[in-house]
Design a protein around this ligand. Structure first.
Ligand code: ADP
Ligand code: MG
Length: 307
């Protein structure tokens, strides 16, 4: 490689270059980062590399400075980098740290299917879940479940049945678990169960019931939010919930629940006790499946919704 000075001179003498462009290229080549790179790669570069690569150097410096000024440049999310290619100077565009992080986040978000869940839940993390004494057991169980499933994604792991009053953070904890699992590449489907049952009843007319039920049956991890808050219907109980849970029990698929009702309260609800029925046997069949799939854990503390 010729001394840098010679190459610069040669460049400046090129008659084809307009004076303005010439000045800009000269400035680009003289840029400290460029000079440092040229020195570091001196051995690998051809004698006329700077002259022939002047346009690349100029592109590198101008794109780098545009990005530094907060402009997108012509490859948003990518950062220019000088490289040696066949002993000449070339430029590549590498994803920025911000783009890598955004891509990772998008990939993780794609692992979570939320059906009618509160928007804020998407940001929930186990780390942010303040562990008051009334919530410590639930948080510990959430960590345990997440770790166990991550270690052995294809083995059966009993999920959680989170019960407690409104506003204590049951739904939030589901979101936090889903995010922790997504970070490990495990997909979750979160469903607000009462809304789902309404949509299912509407779907009878467009024949998509089967497909809607299948989505829940086959979800890698299923989280049913607010079970027991739907309006009681034998069809939903026996032919929807019963079928979904039966399948997940047989296939040993992780399933989590939240409810304002305890398991005992849910048993009465499903039996129709609240509306004067006594379908205890049918309720028991559902409860057996829920008990197989999940452990009951009480969540307490203040109502975070109203202060
Ligand atoms: P539940 O499902 O028990 O009725 P939620 O999970 O909906 O309660 O929580 C009630 C409110 O408190 C929501 O707005 C939720 O985002 C918020 N919340 C719950 N736990 C936390 C937490 N650890 N950090 C921040 N916000 C929380
Ligand atoms: Mg809730």
């Amino acid at each position: 490689m010729k001394p840098m000075r010679d190459q610069l001179d040669q460049l400046m003498n090129g008659t084809a270059l307009s004076a303005n462009y010439e000045a800009m290229v000269k400035q680009a080549v003289a840029d400290p980062a460029v000079q440092q790179w040229l020195t570091a790669n001196r051995e690998d570069l051809a004698a006329d590399a700077v002259t022939r690569g002047a346009a690349k150097i100029y592109e590198y410096v101008s794109q780098r400075d545009e990005k530094a000024a907060g402009q997108p440049g012509f490859a948003p999310g990518y950062q220019p980098q000088l490289v040696v290619s066949n002993h000449l100077i070339d430029i590549t565009y590498e994803p920025t740290a911000a783009k890598i992080a955004a891509d990772k986040e998008a990939k993780q978000a794609a692992l979570i299917t939320s059906m009618n869940m509160p928007k804020a839940n998407a940001q929930a993390t186990l780390a942010d879940y303040d562990s008051t004494p009334e919530r410590a057991e639930a948080l510990a169980a959430a960590f345990e479940f997440t770790n166990a499933l991550t270690k052995a994604p294809h083995a059966f792991h009993q999920g959680l049945y989170l019960t407690g009053p409104f506003g204590v953070g049951k739904t939030y904890l589901l979101g936090a678990i889903a995010n922790a699992l997504a970070a490990q590449g495990i997909a979750s489907t979160l469903v607000h169960f009462p809304t789902y049952t309404v949509e299912l009843k509407e779907a009878i007319h467009d024949q998509s019931v089967q497909q809607k039920v299948d989505r829940l049956k086959k979800a890698q991890v299923l989280m049913l939010d607010d079970i027991g808050a739907e309006s009681l219907s034998p069809w939903i109980r026996d032919d929807v919930l019963g079928i979904i849970l039966q399948y997940r029990m047989q296939e040993e698929k992780p399933t989590l629940f939240t409810s304002n009702k305890t398991m005992a309260g849910l048993t009465d609800f499903l039996a129709g006790v609240e509306v004067g029925n006594n379908e205890g046997l049918k309720a028991q069949r559902i409860m057996e499946r829920i008990r197989f799939l999940a452990t009951e854990i009480t969540v307490g503390g203040r109502d975070r919704r109203n202060g």
